[in-house]
Design a protein around this ligand. Structure first.
Ligand SMILES: [Zn+2]
Length: 315
């Protein structure tokens, strides 16, 4: 399948937002956009989103009037972009010094801890907004000279306030590879300490300086599990806003050799057959990773390529 199509079908991707690069230097335009009837604000507090609903929760988007803000300020509010005639902003309540009155029947919750409906484009909006807010909070000082930085360009930059330095800082994404390693009819799954009981997922790790994505796949799999990888095949990518990672999904084939678990990184790693997965799901000893993660997508695709039918039939 085409990579664009493949990545577009991952959750948290493809918001279809126009990120409006042409207007970001115009602070007056920022205010007029934010105070217009078309503006919608996504509040974030800590690492939690404001949600409504009972079963499948959806994000609450406030109008300017509903926020109760007297004025808009890029110190705590950032432009995300426009779509279908509405203009979206994220509001960082940790940085906003005032109070806003929240609608009834709403609550703050973490993306990973609640049943948020991330199937449509709002999942991508949440991922984008969450990553941007966390990046701002983690870059309040200049990495070059240590002076304070201030948000600029409607939230797409932070400028160093030291006139001698004055370098702009732009939001960064940390690339990480995530790999479904297979050997014959088995898939290599691992778990970290603290994960829910029985949850096993595929191996993942950040890309180092000076290595290709494929180098990172080979290194990470070997470092964490002692398994040598022979071939790699790129699958798709997914933004992962914890805090601002880009997951790059791969399949890889393993050579012969025993698993040697790196206990600093993992609690356990082992080969799972499709029957192991089915049995674990049926008797409750195996749990899949998050329903909206690329790891679940890759495990599902590997499983479905076998002769046991689709994995969804066993969930
Ligand atoms: Zn500086």
């Amino acid at each position: 399948m085409d990579h664009l199509l493949q990545s577009s079908s991952n959750f948290l991707t493809s918001s279809g937002l126009d990120r409006m690069p042409g207007v970001r230097q115009d602070i007056n335009r920022f205010r007029s956009l934010a105070e217009s009837p078309e503006a919608r604000f996504l509040p974030i507090k800590g690492d939690e989103y404001l949600l409504k609903g009972n079963d499948a929760l959806s994000p609450v988007l406030l109008t300017f009037a509903e926020t109760g803000l007297q004025a808009i300020d890029q110190a705590f509010c950032y432009l995300l972009g426009s779509k279908d005639k509405l203009v979206y902003f994220v509001l960082d309540l940790d940085l906003y010094c005032g109070e806003i009155e929240l609608p009834g029947d709403t609550a703050f919750s973490h993306l990973r801890k609640s049943r948020i409906d991330v199937k449509d484009w709002t999942g991508a909006l949440l991922a984008y907004a969450g990553a941007l807010v966390l990046w701002h909070r983690n870059h309040v000082f200049c990495g070059k000279c240590g002076s304070e930085t201030l948000a600029a360009e409607m939230g797409q930059a932070r400028y160093c306030t030291n006139g001698q330095c004055a370098i702009p800082h732009y939001p960064r994404t940390d690339p990480a590879v995530i790999v479904a390693v297979t050997r014959e009819d088995k898939c290599l799954l691992a778990r970290k300490e603290g994960w829910p009981e029985g949850m096993y997922s595929i191996v993942a790790g950040y890309v180092d300086h000076g290595e290709s994505l494929e180098d990172a796949v080979v290194r990470e799999v070997f470092e964490e599990t002692g398994i040598h990888v022979r071939t790699t095949r790129y699958h798709s990518s997914q933004p992962w806003p914890f805090p601002y990672t880009l997951m790059l999904g791969y399949f890889a084939e393993a050579e012969e050799g025993d698993i040697v678990v790196d206990k600093q990184e993992l609690e356990d790693a082992r080969w799972f057959s499709r029957d192991d997965i089915i049995e674990g799901l049926q008797n409750g000893t195996y749990k899949m990773p998050s329903s909206f993660s690329i790891s679940r997508k890759l495990i599902t695709e590997w499983f479905d390529s076998g002769d046991k039918g689709p994995l969804t039939g066993y969930l």
